[in-house]
Design a protein around this ligand. Structure first.
Ligand code: SIN
Length: 434
């Protein structure tokens, strides 16, 4: 089967969908998801989205992002992130996201390493409400077609230009030719024994970049979240206990009930301190305590966390929550410029699979959805301005004769090998972290 579109977007997280919505409505756009539209890390995001509170906060927001990132960030990207934050939050509101408010004013929460409260949220399921809104808007758009359960097997190249992609749907190969191709294929949590990510995310976009000599950047920068719910014997996908819980005052305690760390330090420092404490105490977890908060506040502010913990046997209004660190986010990825363009012509990357350099070595809390918004919109604008001048020649594509399972296995091996090479022994530590 063969298809010709103007723009092909692979991935249905915040950056894939928001990019689609910001493309010119005259363009014929295909969005593909390897699972269903909701099976994304965006959908799981709890805490919220950071934003400069106003123009006076931009400098401080930049400073916080750089400090958390160990000053390994790309300054231009950070500046864009902060400067374009407010307009993108406003656009989300226009699209229909109903952020939490009090007396008609938006409520801002705090998370680690933010100097002030600057995180907009919808209780503890911000990602879900953003995803639902974007999915609804995408499905309303006449120029956007969506294919679910469609796997990206490879891109199609013509010298150093990307001219399409080979997809597999229902075991059938579909060759799609497009003037612009956007990889929004998400993170790599599926490669770890413990991760807060969706298990299907194992770096397909990165593997394809490696196979096609597209440049990567900072692939040793992998973030460990300090507080995933601890369940004996459980590995794979772990329940996240949002940093916003600490932002609202939750305390971390060792197994003897003593505080041992400032809960709102940057995420990498808190995770390291917890892992050290667990080692010292020969324990598989530490505690997160919210029992001193009003029951009504907990159930109203963190309804999903409350319910999910209860399902797992912990009433967080009465008992400490057992938590341990787990892989959470990938700061590195496919290297892109300030318009999300990769080193290959007509090929873009957005969201967690990309590396804009904005996060440096450690992402500031709640900057991931914001990066997805800001840089996918820039990507869409760049495509809108350049697509008319692009001509592609379609050609016959041979059948790749491999199953999704075989390609997935091959992709995982390629990505693990590349990351291991950059991380050295540190990767094994990360792989097993808990
Ligand atoms: C969280 O809610 O702790 C996660 C937010 C983030 O990844 O920045």
């Amino acid at each position: 089967m063969e298809n010709i579109v103007d723009v092909l977007i692979v991935g249905s997280g915040v950056s894939g969908l928001y990019c689609a919505l910001n493309l010119d409505e005259k363009l014929n756009v295909l969005v593909v998801s390897k699972s269903n539209l909701k099976n994304t890390n965006t959908y799981l995001a709890q805490g919220g989205i950071s934003t400069a509170r106003n123009n006076n906060d931009i400098e401080l927001f930049i400073e916080d992002t750089l400090k958390a990132g160990q000053h390994k960030n790309k300054i231009d990207s950070v500046s864009i992130l902060a400067n374009e934050s407010i307009e993108n939050i406003d656009e989300l509101i226009k699209l229909g996201v109903d952020f939490d408010k009090e007396n008609d004013s938006i409520l801002y929460t705090k998370e680690g390493a933010h100097s002030i409260n600057r995180i907009v949220h919808t209780k503890d399921n911000t990602g879900e409400s953003v995803a639902r809104t974007l999915i609804n808007r995408v499905l309303e758009r006449k120029n956007i077609t969506v294919y679910e359960d469609t796997f990206l097997a490879d891109i199609i190249k013509d010298k150093n230009s990307c001219i399409g992609a080979i997809l597999i749907k229902d075991n059938e190969q579909i060759n799609v030719f497009a003037k612009s191709i956007v990889l929004a294929t998400g993170g790599i949590g599926g490669l770890f024994n413990n991760s807060t990510n969706q298990e299907i995310l194992n770096g397909d976009g990165l593997a394809i970049a490696i196979k096609n000599n597209v440049k990567l950047k900072d692939i040793n920068y992998i973030q460990i979240h300090p507080t995933a719910f601890y369940e004996e014997g459980k590995s794979g996908k772990r329940l996240l206990i949002s940093e916003a819980v600490r932002g609202e005052g939750a305390k971390l305690l060792d197994i003897n009930g003593n505080r041992f760390v400032d809960e709102l330090l940057p995420r990498d420092i808190v995770s390291k301190t917890i892992l050290k404490k667990m080692k010292e105490d020969k324990s598989l977890y530490v505690y997160l305590d919210v029992t001193f908060m009003e029951d009504e506040f907990i159930q109203n502010r963190f309804p999903s966390i409350y319910k999910e913990c209860l399902k797992r046997g912990t009433d967080i209004t009465k008992e400490y929550i057992k938590v341990s660190p787990a892989q959470h986010y990938f700061m590195g990825g496919i290297e892109v410029d300030l318009n999300s363009k990769t080193s290959m012509d007509n090929l873009y990357a957005v969201g967690e699979t990309s590396c804009t350099g904005v996060h440096g070595a450690n992402r500031l809390a709640s900057n991931s959805l914001l990066e997805g918004l800001v840089f996918s919109k820039r990507c869409a604008k760049h495509i809108n301005s350049n697509i008319e001048s692009i001509n592609i020649n379609t050609r016959e594509i041979i059948n790749i004769n491999k199953s999704v399972k075989e390609i997935t296995k091959e992709n995982q091996e390629i990505v693990i090998k590349a990351i291991r090479k950059e991380c050295g022994d540190n990767y094994d530590e990360l792989l097993n972290c808990r």
